[in-house]
Design a protein around this ligand. Structure first.
Ligand SMILES: Cc1cc2nc3c(=O)[nH]c(=O)nc-3n(C[C@H](O)[C@H](O)[C@H](O)COP(=O)(O)OP(=O)(O)OC[C@H]3O[C@@H](n4cnc5c(N)ncnc54)[C@H](O)[C@@H]3O)c2cc1C
Length: 419
């Protein structure tokens, strides 16, 4: 993407120390947590190397967690320290959108991402999207809200490709079609909970003094918190680990700071939460109540929380529901999971080859594929990858139609990993 549209405000969320709550809701010693995190990242880095170098020899049913267990057994750690590292490593789930037990070690190298700042686009992607869509909006005939129900190759013998797209209401015929539909695998969801004020940043007027065991009662509260294996939640919440991003810090979010908590959930926890909200409309009391009830055990542990105080009661809640969204492929994005089928080498599913096949598309039929699932390996599952894949397909379509010389743009910077 060239430059940054002026109206997009981005903030770097890196470097804000996480504050964690362990089993019983007690904060973890900062130094201990930092050392644990360092070890987690060091093992993850080893895992990428191992997966890159030994992909062909790793069984498809071996998970990232299996490797962690193996690596931790080689170290002389106390039982508690080993457990802490295993609990911290669960945060990998928030990257890939599923439990880390399901993360394939064989295909772990496909998860390796571009290095860079961890930017938070506080005012959403709208300015970036508008800029990218400008020429299409100006020159193309755009039909929104028309769901394609089938794609048919209509090419006659020795004729140029013709592709028929059927929708519920009408049909369209094209000479080239780019399909962006995918079947996402991961289960990542976000839940926003807004409050009248950011009570966790400063004590509420008139409320009793903040609990002295709280890690901080000032606005220096970190922007990330992890609730590790909580045993203080109702049984049906199964001690799922959740991640919390606090969007209230002016130091991090400038004038876009808001008294909002952003929870990230994944795997079975995300499936459970989306099933809770499924029967209810966004505006209903039931929708509000199920989300509030689910997340209260977590947010009630924040500093200065006072039960029954009106400022500690949410003013609005909103959850994503990608798992029940057909147009999103019923999931969030591509990830690479373990497979229990350990067959012979010839039958083995090669996930990198699958991605290459998708990228190659079916140019002879006028059908191409783009989207995060066809991106360069370093950007699979990301917006950057989706953009690059579209750009790459666009250039290849120009090439296939003898128009490439007129295209002044360089091909994708990651052309080495494209077909
Ligand atoms: C919770 C969450 C957090 C994420 N965080 C990040 C992040 O921090 N950084 C990052 O880079 N990426 C992140 N991603 C991933 C990123 O959002 C996706 O990789 C990216 O949006 C994929 O773009 P795409 O164009 O491939 O697919 P999509 O954006 O899904 O576009 C596909 C389009 O095809 C349309 N479509 C599908 N089926 C049909 C049909 N039958 N007929 C007509 N139209 C159809 C859909 O409506 C949609 O508009 C996150 C995703 C989620 C869900």
């Amino acid at each position: 993407m060239e430059g940054k549209p002026h109206s997009s405000q981005t903030y770097n969320t890196a470097g804000r120390m996480s504050w964690m709550k362990q089993d019983l809701g007690l904060p973890i010693n900062k130094e201990k947590a930092a050392a644990g995190f360092d070890l987690v990242w060091s093992i993850i880095s080893d895992a990428f190397k191992h997966s890159n170098e030994n992909c062909a020899n790793i069984a498809p049913n071996v998970s990232l967690k299996d490797l962690f267990r193996e690596k931790l057994a080689e170290r002389s750690l106390s039982h508690d320290d080993r457990n802490l590292v295993l609990q911290l490593a669960e945060m990998w789930g928030a990257f890939v959108g599923d439990s880390w037990e399901r993360q394939s070690l064989k295909w772990f190298w496909l998860e390796e991402c571009l290095d860079g700042e961890n930017l938070f686009i506080a005012d959403t992607h709208h300015a970036i999207l508008q800029r990218m869509a400008k020429s299409a909006m100006r020159d193309a005939d755009i039909h929104l809200s028309k769901t394609a129900t089938s794609i048919e190759d209509r090419k006659g013998k020795d004729k140029d490709p013709r592709v028929l797209i059927r929708t519920e209401h009408c049909d369209f015929e094209f000479d080239e079609v780019v399909v962006t539909r995918d079947a996402s695998y991961s289960r990542l969801e976000k839940v926003y909970i807004a409050f009248p004020v950011a009570f966790w940043d400063s004590p509420l007027p008139g409320a009793p003094n903040a609990d002295s065991t709280s890690p901080t009662t000032s606005a220096s509260f970190p922007s990330f918190a992890h609730f590790l294996h909580p045993t203080y939640v109702p049984d049906q919440q199964k001690s799922w680990t959740v991640e919390l991003n606090l969007l209230s810090s002016a130091a991090v979010f400038g004038n876009r700071a808001q008294p909002v908590l952003l929870f990230t959930i994944y795997g079975p926890c995300a499936t459970h939460v989306t099933s809770l909200i499924a029967p209810f409309s966004l505006a209903s009391t039931q929708y509000f109540d199920v989300l509030n009830d689910f997340f209260r055990p977590y947010y009630s542990l924040l500093p200065n929380y006072v039960a029954d105080h009106p400022d500690c009661f949410p003013s609005a809640v909103l959850a994503t529901n990608w798992q029940n969204d057909d147009l999103a492929g019923n999931g969030s994005y591509t990830n690479f999971q373990i497979s229990s089928e350990v067959g012979n080498a010839e039958e083995e599913v090669l996930l990198d080859e699958d991605v290459r096949e998708l990228r190659a598309g079916m140019p002879e039929h006028g059908i191409w594929f783009a989207g995060e699932h066809t991106a360069p390996f370093v950007a699979l599952g990301t917006s950057t990858g989706a953009y690059w894949s579209g750009e790459s397909v666009g250039i290849r379509i120009l090439g296939a139609n003898g128009l490439l010389a007129k295209c002044s743009k360089d091909p994708n910077p990651n052309a080495d990993v494209l077909p």
